[in-house]
Design a protein around this ligand. Structure first.
Ligand code: GDD
Ligand code: MG
Length: 359
């Protein structure tokens, strides 16, 4: 067994989260509430569960929010340190930038937006048994084009790294978790933006470095788009996605303390209702995420959508596959569907946006 206590963890959380705007205008993606906790709490709990204790967060965008929430990590049984890039250095630059804080020989690097159930200890074991310079966790997906495509040979050795290629040669993709031998990180150029996917991995392969794959079929989801964020959150609520940060029974919905649910409201599909949020009589919430203080009025329907902090969905409105920004108001009988995004504080009058012609 590899020694997880002798491994540092680095989590990259410095991205802008553009695909989740407008929610990420006010909070960095890894801090968005996910089944009642900031998304990152689920990843940190998995790291702690695997016996890794020293964690460094590579921050940039809205850097201060992380430390305000997690502090020194002692409440989670961790020792968390923060290293901030004043200008984003990219994924490779972010890893290089934390070098002065590293203590262990092996460094487990995580993308900060992946919801996963993989056995971290098993990845460390693969790294040790193959005597690799770098080990990549890979998963198989239906459409690899949005990810890093990673072909391997019969021994599990990585033969190429093709970031977001339109013509993927395999369905194996980079799951966003790597183990680096510490010396390899030292060789990443410092002081300028570097992409680990587009620059570091291809260069290491050209040099003949030993890069091995750990492939498994554990739960895995990149939470970077509204569709994935909503699905991942629902999977956590329903117990389909594992998380040591969520104790106890899981079911069709998760209602937080201080929320008010009127009689006859239906909450299904892994719906989350935040603290102080309100749901009116006869409203139907299916795979909905209501951040704290959000309000869904009587007879409204919210399907596979996020309603931001303090936002309101008016009576008999329909919100489906949409994102409503913090503090926005969707008037009565409005219909917002298929990728609609309402910016924070915007007020849509009653009946103001419709896709049907009935009154
Ligand atoms: N510190 C720091 N600095 N972190 C960054 C920066 C930066 O400049 N840029 C991005 N990050 C962080 C993001 O916050 C995120 O947690 C992680 O790095 C990955 O960035 P994404 O923007 O989410 O990348 P992606 O989802 O398009 O692709 C990556 O993840 C896929 C798996 O989820 C790549 O690593 C793909 O190869 C991979 O398949
Ligand atoms: Mg991502």
């Amino acid at each position: 067994m590899a020694d997880s206590s002798g491994t540092d963890a680095v989590i990259l959380v410095g991205g802008l989260g553009t695909r989740l705007r407008p929610l990420t205008l006010s909070a960095p993606k890894p801090m968005l509430p996910t089944a009642g906790q900031p998304f990152l709490a689920h990843l940190l709990a998995r790291i702690a569960e695997a016996g890794i204790t020293h964690v460094i967060l590579g921050t940039s965008f809205k850097a201060e929010v992380f430390e305000e929430h997690f502090g020194d990590g002692s409440e989670l049984g961790l020792e968390i340190e923060y290293v901030t890039e004043t200008k984003p250095l990219g994924t490779g630059g972010g890893i290089r930038n934390v070098m002065p804080k590293l203590r262990a020989d092996n460094v487990m690097v995580f993308n900060g937006d992946v919801l996963g159930g993989t056995d971290l200890g098993a990845i460390l074991d693969t790294h040790e048994s193959t005597n690799a310079d770098v080990t990549l966790h890979l998963v198989r997906v239906g459409d690899p084009r949005a990810f890093g495509c990673v072909p391997t040979d019969d021994d599990g050795r990585v033969t190429a790294f093709l970031e977001k290629t339109q013509d993927p040669p395999t369905d194996q993709i980079n799951a966003g978790c790597y183990v680096f031998r510490r010396e390899v990180i030292e060789k990443i150029p410092s002081g300028r933006p570097v992409s680990v996917e587009r620059e570091v991995f291809p260069a290491l392969l050209t040099e003949g470095a030993r890069i091995y794959a750990h492939v498994d079929s554990s739960y895995w989801r990149d939470m970077g788009t509204p569709d994935d964020f909503i699905q991942g959150s629902a999977d956590l609520v329903r117990g389909i996605a594992p998380s040591p940060a969520l104790p106890g029974q899981r079911g069709e919905s998760l209602v937080h303390p201080g929320a008010g649910i009127a009689p006859g409201a239906l909450l299904i599909g892994g719906t989350v209702v935040g603290r102080g949020a309100e749901v009116g009589a006869g409203a139907r919430l299916d795979g909905a995420i209501l951040f704290d203080g959000a309000k869904v009025e009587a007879g409204a329907r919210v399907v596979r959508s996020i309603v931001g902090f303090g936002a309101r969905v008016g009576p008999r409105a329909l919100v489906r596959d949409a994102v409503i920004g913090d503090g926005a108001n969707v008037g009565a009988r409005c219909e917002l569907i298929q990728g609609a995004r309402v910016w924070p504080g915007v007020d849509i009058p009653d009946g103001g946006i419709r896709f049907s012609t009935d009154v």
